[in-house]
Write a protein that binds this ligand. Structure first.
Ligand code: ARG
Ligand code: ZN
Length: 469
């Protein structure tokens, strides 16, 4: 599902000249969707509306097998098209007919259907595959994290390649059905609502559904032994959390003390960002060694490291803020990562104020003061940090200071309106920093190009904070 289609030149010409869709204007889909940081991520020529994953996983051997069926629409005539994937494929069908396939580069699966597909036509692609994801390296790593009792798929930007074929870019969002068959006694956790859990012959099939458009990297899977809790937000949204039973008891208690506040934090953030956009919520804490968290849509991934020393609701506030800033409104290009991380970090300031542990103004001031002008911290531009610095402190911390500076510049009334208008206007879609700038200008009635240049696009410390209105 894409709002803006980065159309190929051929398709654009076809539209311009009103050439009827025909095999004559068909060609190969581009191997990348046109991202400035990751030219090979995502693909051209089609738009996915739904993924249906039908998988089986063996925790003992890390063997993953199954079929992913993708429903898409051709945005150009296609003689072939790419998917992004790293496991071993045994069969591909397109609209029910066997298709030829080959691999190229780090993650391209090139599919050639028996018959060219006309622009505007529906494509149903079924890919059957198997692999041991923890052993498959791309660009020198795997995002698939094996645990003593299972595995986890959670990373950014690359995560899907190790478990399902996709158009792997946040500009093409889709709904999901995830069916995972595991030994009974194990749990399989994914996004959205748990529709069913069926046990037969020593196996349990878990069926999860995400009804709202979801970016590929926000689709997550965890298999292992988990305790599952259920509650609801104030507005009745079901909250499903899962905790590995292998966490040490102190970590497990801290994890619950933090993650069981999910509903309360969502209620609080709804006051700032508007209604919670999804029909499910929650998080999971598996027994991984990785030290990060990921805002998987409706089911946040938390490393147990966050809970090793005490309860930490800040990380939950950060990841739950991403449900609006990143998940509901997603990036159109990875260079706009500030729209995700800046606002999720600023939400920690808002939560601190709610918890009486600090104010946004003071927390921003502390970051501004802590970094002298010659600190390399200021050389990274939050609005275009470079692929290597996508998750640099400057994107999070300087990015959050920039948001406080914006609040000081446009005033509290306009700021509050802006934080609700952005999700309302881009609901279930995508947005860019220039679009955000235009909305901020429209709501505040101020010209802000100088402000954004200073705070997001200059590799130097802004001369003053609070910003001069
Ligand atoms: N979006 C994640 C967050 O909540 C960052 C993930 C970074 N990825 C990683 N492998 N460290 O901030
Ligand atoms: Zn974040």
């Amino acid at each position: 599902m894409r709002k803006r289609v980065i159309a190929s030149a051929a398709a654009a010409l076809g539209l311009l000249l009103a050439i009827p869709a025909a095999a004559a204007d068909a060609g190969p889909g581009a191997p990348g969707i046109g991202d400035p940081y990751y030219p090979t991520y995502g693909n051209g020529g089609y738009d996915v509306s739904h993924y249906d994953l039908d998988l089986a996983y063996e925790p003992a051997t890390d063997e993953l097998t199954g079929t992913t069926t993708i429903t898409a629409t051709a945005t150009q005539g296609l003689t072939s098209f790419d998917l992004d994937f790293a496991l071993t494929v045994s069969r591909v069908t397109v609209n029910g007919r066997t298709a030829a396939f080959t691999t190229s580069g780090e993650q391209e699966l090139v599919v050639t259907p028996a018959k060219a597909i006309a622009r505007g036509h529906r494509i149903t692609v079924a890919v059957t595959y198997s692999g041991i994801p923890s052993t498959v390296q791309r660009y020198g790593f795997t995002s698939w994290q094996r645990t003593p009792d299972g595995a986890v798929a959670a990373n950014e930007p690359e995560s899907a390649w190790w478990w399902y074929p996709s158009n792997d870019h946040p500009s093409d969002k889709a709904t999901y059905d995830v069916h995972v068959d595991v030994p009974s006694g194990d749990q399989a956790i994914s996004n959205g609502l748990l529709l069913s859990q069926k046990t037969k012959n020593g196996r349990t099939d878990w069926h999860w559904r995400q009804n709202k458009p979801q970016a590929t990297y926000l689709t997550t899977l965890a298999v292992g032994h988990f305790d599952i809790t259920r509650s609801r937000t104030r507005t009745g949204v079901p909250v499903i959390n899962a905790y590995s039973t292998a966490l040490n008891p102190a970590t497990a208690a801290n994890a619950r003390a933090s993650v069981e506040r999910t509903g309360e934090i969502i209620d609080f953030l709804s006051g700032w960002f508007g209604p919670y956009p999804f029909d499910a919520a929650g998080g999971y804490v598996p027994n991984v060694t990785a030290g990060f968290a990921l805002e998987a849509q409706t089911r946040v991934f938390y490393s147990p490291k966050f809970f090793a020393k005490g309860a930490d609701s800040d990380v939950a506030a950060h990841e739950l803020a991403h449900q609006w800033w990143g998940d509901d409104v997603s990036l159109d290009r990875w260079s706009d990562i500030w729209l995700n991380e800046g606002f999720a970090s600023y939400a920690e300031f808002l939560w601190a104020e709610h918890e009486h542990t600090g104010t946004p103004q003071q927390l921003a001031q502390d970051i501004y003061d802590a970094h002298p002008a010659d600190d390399p911290f200021w050389t990274v531009k939050p609005g275009d940090p470079g692929a290597q610095n996508q998750f640099d402190d400057a994107v999070y911390d300087r990015g959050a200071v920039a948001i406080q500076a914006l609040r000081d510049t446009i005033g509290d009334h306009a700021f509050r309106a802006l934080l609700k208008a952005w999700p309302a206007q881009h609901r279930y879609g995508n947005g860019t920093i220039p679009e955000f700038e235009r909305l901020a200008e429209r709501i505040s009635g101020k010209k802000l190009d100088g402000f954004f240049t200073t705070w997001l696009f200059t590799g130097a410390k802004p001369a003053s904070f609070p910003a001069q209105p």
